[in-house]
Design a protein around this ligand. Structure first.
Ligand code: TRP
Length: 481
């Protein structure tokens, strides 16, 4: 059964895709990764990767969604059948569902921290706090399984509720309300940081190119980040693409998504670093940048508590608009495949993510030093979840690129892209060769952490990939009817 949902307006797909792309990745991850990896040099690699990997795969993913008009799993089943390709390509759908489940489980836990900070800022709990107090506040949040579970539950329930209300009544309405509000908040924060922070220092830090600052690790982090921030390899854009009206231009929309997403990351980065430098704090704080350094900067500035609260509302809103796009593809699959009601499907996905999220919750406290995961893999549950996404997302993206590049016919691509021959050929070349090769590098990122068992894992991946590809090419050479 194909879906008969289509976005109400031509622009809604862009709104939804930007909602998915802009999230913790832009506000939390981009600034701290840039901070750790030398600012400008990181930005350069990030933008180059966006162009040669991000944009082509983004187009490929939306294209697969729109041409199948189904949820990712059913869509890939449909496309591999109609293109006489191996059913192994259906694994794109399964991989993306697994990635969405895993990432949402810990995404929700982190977004929950922002709930805590909104509350703390609003109640003025951090007024006049010093560095040690702010840092210990974050530590005691992490040490409390019940608080973390509470916020995680609230966040995931709110996201599930929106998706449960349906594509039009829930997702569209929520986005139409939230996205403009988030833009206004972002501009308020930017203005505030120009007035009270040290913007020249931030611009100098983020935009000055010092190639020597960039390590190999930073380079890989920039590539991984470009995947994460565009929500690639998780079926989100495929699911949203399935609701995109046939006429809207795909390449132009994809370009708009990338430009807006990057602009938001840059604005957030500039604002955050301006505040951090204004308060004479260290930009290279890692994941704690948003939750320890930034709150401290706010406490030192006029009206900081209020603006701080507003900032964390922005974080929550951006995270919710991303979370709904992780629930949607899996929920839509359950509806299509098992004929469940939307409410039932969303409940299944949400509860599964919630349960899995508890592993991350416990990894910060109960299992902080000793867990079943530590014993077996020598990393925490949270790290394991992160690691899995760094494997699943690129793998999904790689297969999306290969399928769109090799299996679809010229005519089909032309119909979807509605563009010049020149761009079509460039895009095809990128998704056939350049993006897959670059994605293979992103994979390497995971190696230092799990050397031991990564080797059979990569081996298995390569074998499955080669098998799938050979079946595909064999199929392509059969006569077409
Ligand atoms: N792009 C989101 C962000 O920047 C995170 C994300 C990664 C995501 N993959 C996704 C969101 C898939 C939705 C669906 O925060």
């Amino acid at each position: 059964m194909s879906t008969n949902n289509i976005w109400t307006h031509k622009g809604t797909f862009l709104l939804a895709a930007v909602g998915s792309a802009v999230g913790l990745g832009n506000l939390w991850r981009f600034p701290y990764l840039a901070g750790e990896n030398g600012g400008g040099a990181f930005l350069l690699v990030y933008i180059v990767t966006l162009c040669i990997v991000g944009v082509p795969i983004l187009i490929a993913e939306i294209l697969l969604g729109r041409s199948s008009r189904r949820s990712p799993i059913m869509g890939m089943r449909f496309l591999s059948r109609t293109h006489k390709a191996s059913r192994a390509w259906e694994s794109i759908g399964w991989l993306s569902a697994a990635a969405a489940l895993i990432i949402l489980s810990f995404y929700s836990v982190i977004a929950g921290w922002a709930l805590h900070y909104t509350w703390r800022m609003l109640t003025g709990a951090l007024i006049d706090a010093d560095a040690a107090t702010v840092a210990s506040g974050f530590e005691s949040l992490l040490a409390s399984p019940s608080l973390l579970t509470l916020y995680h539950t609230l966040f995931i329930a709110a996201s599930g509720l929106i998706v449960g209300l349906g594509v039009h009544r829930g997702i569209e309405n929520a986005l139409r309300l939230m996205m403009p509000a988030l833009l206004v908040i972002l501009l308020v924060i930017l203005t505030y940081s120009v007035m009270h922070g040290d913007m020249p220092a931030a611009a100098d830090f983020l935009l000055t190119l010092q190639l020597s600052d960039l390590s190999f690790e930073g380079w890989l982090a920039a590539m991984g980040q470009s995947f994460f921030t565009l929500s690639l390899g998780m079926g989100a854009l495929m699911a949203y693409g399935a609701y995109m009206p046939g006429k809207a231009s795909l390449s132009r929309t994809a370009l708009a998504i990338v430009i807006i997403d990057t602009a938001v990351a840059l604005i957030a980065g500039l604002a955050i670093f301006a505040l951090v430098f204004g308060a004479e704090l260290d930009p290279a704080e890692g994941p704690g940048l948003m939750f320890t350094t930034l709150p401290l900067a706010f406490t030192e500035m006029p009206g900081g508590s209020l603006i701080g609260a507003v900032f964390f509302v922005l974080v929550i809103g951006a995270a919710i608009s991303s979370a709904i796009s992780m629930i949607e593809p899996v929920a839509a699959f359950l509806v299509e495949r098992f004929d469940l009601s939307r409410a039932q499907s969303v409940a299944i996905m949400t509860i599964a993510c919630w349960g899995l999220g508890l592993l991350s919750v416990f990894s910060f406290n109960v299992w902080a030093s000793d867990s079943p995961f530590h014993t077996a893999l020598s990393i925490s549950a949270f790290e394991l979840m992160e690691l899995l996404t760094h494997i699943l997302m690129p793998l999904g993206g790689l297969m999306v690129a290969l399928f769109a590049g090799w299996a679809l016919t010229h005519g089909e691509i032309m119909k979807e892209l509605q563009t010049s021959e020149g761009w079509l050929h460039t895009w095809r070349f990128l998704v056939r060769f350049v993006s897959p090769a670059a994605v293979a590098f992103i994979f390497l990122r995971a190696i230092p952490q799990i050397e031991g068992y990564l080797i059979p894992l990569i081996g298995a991946v390569v074998i499955v990939g080669a098998f799938a590809a050979s079946r595909l090419f064999r199929a392509k050479h059969q006569p077409k009817h």
